[in-house]
Write a protein of this length. Structure first.
Ligand code: CP
Length: 292
């Protein structure tokens, strides 16, 4: 089975993944899957997701093959990403981990292939492993996730992370709200929207800051208004003392968040990265065992 959308999973499967990830955090594993190969196809840039999937692959004893960007590949000879995925699948790896633009029909492609696919960031459409690792990271700090209020700040409109949290929040029953410049609010979002960051920060149990995705902007002036939604030494005073703040990375320091709050004990940004490896180990492990 593949993981394209979080609706491919259910509560039981997600709880199972979290249990595996917590197990992997506490126990070193070596050569569980030494005969397995994971093909990582990253058509769009990535640091955290690519390197944590590769680290997870090696920690499970499996082997990794990697395509990262177009340089030196037949993409430079006008082969499409879709054809590239199909050709690598024809080499019979045990799993494909794919990051691509939303112009690639990953969902349809997965139906045509026998090799499972994990979506590692699909244009604006979704980033399921990021949403899962975020909640796993928060769970370590909280008693439970159901009923928790998470405020998403900044560019929700272009955010695949926010798209995936919209799905995951329906399964795990946490509450989400948005806050940011009007023109950067996720189209069609029906939930609570705060126009004031201070109000939003007072409301939430955790605040999740998102990068302004200039590479997906239609016009340069879409950045207008960002400065009212920054976490800094002034706005952080409105956060509850037991609330946390997160960011999927890469952070544009001085835009979404200032370095002045880096040392705050409520900062979970690097904890997210650490949990990313264990969550991705759990995903690969469950896929190899045919459990998702
Ligand atoms: N969070 C995230 O997807 O980061 P990368 O783009 O570096 O993988």
């Amino acid at each position: 089975m593949s993981l394209i959308s979080l609706f491919d999973l259910n509560l039981e499967k997600i709880e199972n993944l979290f249990r595996y990830a917590e197990f992997f955090k506490n126990k070193k594993t070596d050569s569980l899957f030494s005969n397995h190969i994971v093909a990582h196809l990253f058509f769009e840039p990535s640091t955290r997701t690519r390197m944590s999937f590769e680290t997870a692959t090696y920690r499970l004893g499996a082997k990794s093959v990697l395509l990262s960007g177009s340089h030196g590949t037949s993409l430079e000879k006008e082969e499409s990403p879709l054809d590239t995925v199909k050709n690598v699948a024809a080499m019979n790896p045990d799993l494909l981990v794919v990051r691509c633009a939303d112009t690639v029909d990953l969902a349809q492609c997965q139906k045509q292939l026998r090799v499972p696919i994990i979506n590692a960031g699909w244009g604006k459409l979704g980033h399921p492993s990021q949403a899962l690792l975020d909640i796993l990271c928060l769970r370590e700090k909280l008693n439970g996730i159901s009923g928790q209020r998470i405020l998403f700040v900044g560019d929700t409109r272009h955010s695949r992370v926010f798209a995936s949290h919209q799905e995951l929040s329906q399964i795990l029953k946490y509450e989400i709200a948005v806050c940011g410049p009007e023109h950067l609010i996720f189209k069609g979002f029906q939930g609570v929207r705060f126009t004031s960051l201070d109000e939003g920060l007072r409301w939430c149990d955790s605040a999740y800051f998102l990068r302004y995705q200039k590479e997906r902007f239609d016009t340069d002036d879409m950045l207008v208004g960002w400065d009212a939604y920054q976490l800094n030494e002034v706005s952080i005073k409105h956060m509850k003392s037991n609330a946390f703040f997160m960011h999927p990375g890469p952070v544009n320091w001085g835009r979404e968040i200032t370095e002045s709050v880096l040392g705050d004990s409520r900062n979970l940004i690097l904890n997210q990265v650490t949990w990313g490896v264990y969550l991705r180990m759990a995903l690969i492990y469950a896929t190899f065992r045919n459990e998702i």
